[in-house]
Design a protein. Sequence first.
Length: 441
Amino acid sequence: MKRKIIEKLIQWKNKTERKPLILKGARQVGKTYILKWFGKENFPFVHYLNFEKDNQLAAIFNKDLSPKRILQEISFYLNTSIQENNDLIIFDEIQNVPRALTSLKYFQEEMPQLAICSAGSLLGLQLSDESFPVGKVEFLEMHPMSFEEFLMGLEDIKSCEFLVNLKFHETIPDLIHQHLWEQLKIYFVVGGLPEVVKTFHEQRGDVFTALTNVREKQDNLIATYVADMAKHSGKKNAMHIERLWRNIPAQLARTIDGSVPKFKFKDIIPGIQRYTGLVDTIDWLIATGLIIKVPIVNSAQLPLSAYTQENSFKLYVFDVGILGALSQMAPKIILDYTYGTYKGYFAENFVAQEFFGESTKDFYCWREGASEVEFLKEMNGELFPIEIKSGWVTQSKSLKVFAQKYKPKYKTIFSARNLNIDQTHGMHSYPLYTAGRFPLL
């Protein structure tokens, strides 16, 4: 499956002063596959080591951290010759061998011509200044497949190309709009984890069977994530982490209008009523890539970070398909779009996921008094309020309140409606499925 991160990997390869690369991301987002594919397409030979599957590999790094010695032992282990100036080495699940992380410093200093890519699912828990000096490596972050990548994965090439080439002054024919809307509802069920997308793609001739198997695979992945919690955080902490993670969609029951509420800390874990008791748990989930945290600001002035409070934020699940599985929402209900105010949460989670996947992490929620705008983004010194609507009704009192107070250049509403740019009133109406393309130019 083609992924947009390939372009960034090629840019890394072509740098004149290239450093070892670390690819971060949650389990099952496709890190191993994409590194192997990238290596196969761009290097004469790829040498792959998985530190999770083979515990013996740790012994290579238990002596000194001389790159020449390490490379020699890797050559013996793989029974192959490694060309320093031409080949790619992949260290997978590198978090399992901390000294391998440390060795990247010496590869950068003593063997900069060698291309090394590392990947790990739990690197956010392992990386620290003690692991290796800052400045000796480069980072890329990988996320679930975006809606655009999902279309590519389904071989819906025409739809994908249409989205990629869409400009804000153009119109979307109703036939294409309806098709993309139906594909988006499928994405709400399937999500963007490559193995899940593959399952749907291979079996979509029988949609019922395909989505049944999709949900089974998602449930299995959730079990894997929960096992990681137990393995890497201890039994007690794992219980807290799992309860908080599962509580994110459960908090929907506290809303009336379907918008994502400020995260409430009470009653998630018995005896813990405040943010201070949950901060480590939340940070663990963020570090492993399983949640997206969006701060709430109480004023739309720059810098936005100055108007946040540590205990005021929204939490989203990293993948909308996993959100559906955690919510135990039947695929048919999602496809029929008959799940009441929950639609708002799915739509909002989807947009947050698309923004986050485009490496646009500096977005916020705005809330003053009784008014709230789901997302607020700063671009080139301008603030852009973004309202999320799951259906065709797009009236927004909060957006009007924001516009009257802060006079933004233009306002944006994502909804089920077709694309409509009202330059006179500065109102931009985007279909939800274009979230990854915001702002259209």
